[in-house]
Design a protein around this ligand. Structure first.
Ligand SMILES: Nc1nc2c(c(=O)[nH]1)N[C@H]1C(S)=C(S)[C@@H](COP(=O)(O)O)O[C@H]1N2
Ligand SMILES: [Mo]
Length: 311
């Protein structure tokens, strides 16, 4: 696959229409097997990321739906709240602290974090625990690239992500709907898996505020809430970390939260999903796939585990 070093300031963002043209151009060239990017083409691809073999061949959700139907409780609990209120989030300047069980703890400036590895564009399914899904082209690099740099110690077994919780920027953190800051976690082998993406952009642009600017994680085989937004701290731990949703309702939201059509949420079935943008009474719901369709890649992480117990 193509890889280019990213050294383009985040301020140089390509308009969406231009991005779509370039993307079509690159895809046609890749299909023809003759991609010879000009210098400007290479520069453009560095920001949007090269197309990835991890992408699913499904119709992507519209940019409008992906940026106006969101969960980001720091800005309110309504799906329309993040788009309406997240303009108060300041994604720059921004730092991300990486600490805990690592040989080289470090605080990264967001611009340095962006340049740490070559970016890819990956079209992933995102399945919310509430029963809807989207298909989104994310831009980022595998989280393992960052973890290599800080060198997890032999004691590191888990990873914890902490989102910003600033009441001046995020009106929702004054409510007690969740414990703030929002935290999420993974087992270390899940964090090291090549599908786990440290994500800086979507649709060829830097992340809109409501989607978790300036940096979030995307774990496509798990329910959407595992993919923490607007991350300020990453901590490697020996013990399984607490997570916001597990603290709020332990019987409903487990630590693993792998997408699993066979394990119902206590209040609803997880067997089917509604694809956002495919509304209408005649449109049948889609069957939810085991591990959100990524079973070939990730089922091996859970060999021998009872997925009803570790939901
Ligand atoms: N910090 C933070 N991260 C979060 C959430 C949140 O409320 N706060 N919501 C989660 C949920 S429930 C989902 S489905 C996804 C939605 O991501 P999107 O709005 O970019 O589609 O973000 C997840 N990450
Ligand atoms: Mo969600």
């Amino acid at each position: 696959m193509l890889k280019f070093k990213s050294d383009i300031p985040a301020s140089e963002i390509t308009p969406y229409a231009v991005y779509q043209q370039r993307r079509a151009f690159v895809q046609a060239a890749v299909a023809a097997g003759v991609l010879m990017p000009t210098l400007s083409e290479a520069a453009a691809m560095a920001l949007k990321g090269a197309p990835s073999s991890y992408s699913v061949p499904e119709k992507t959700t519209s940019f409008d739906d992906a940026t106006h139907y969101n969960n980001f409780y720091e800005f309110g609990t309504d799906k329309s709240d993040p788009a309406r209120h997240a303009d108060t989030l300041r994604p720059a300047p921004w730092t991300v602290r990486i600490e805990g069980e690592v040989a080289k703890p470090r605080t990264f400036d967001i611009d340095d974090l962006r340049k740490l590895a070559g970016m890819e564009e990956r079209v992933y399914r995102l399945r919310c625990v509430e029963g809807w899904s989207m298909v989104i082209p994310w831009v980022g690099y595998p989280l393992v690239q960052l973890l290599k740099q800080v060198q997890p110690t032999g004691n590191a077994k888990y990873i914890e992500f902490t989102s910003l919780a600033d009441p001046k920027q995020m009106p929702g953190v004054r409510s007690s709907v969740l414990e703030w800051p929002y935290t999420e976690g993974l087992r270390l082998d899940e964090a090291l898996h090549p599908l786990t993406l440290l994500t800086f952009g979507m649709y060829g642009q830097v992340l809109p505020n409501q989607n978790g600017a300036p940096v979030r994680v995307i774990v496509p085989w798990k329910y959407g809430f595992k993919s923490a937004k607007s991350i300020v701290r990453i901590r490697l731990t020996e013990k399984q970390p607490n997570t916001s949703w597990n603290l709020a309702a332990p019987g409903e939201y487990g630590f693993y939260s792998n997408v699993n059509p066979e394990v119902d949420h206590p209040r609803w079935s997880q067997a089917t999903e509604r694809r956002i943008g495919e509304d209408g009474i005649f449109k049948p719901k889609r069957k939810t796939l085991m591990f959100n369709g990524y079973a070939d890649q990730v089922a091996g992480l859970y060999t021998g585990m009872d997925l009803r117990k570790f939901y």
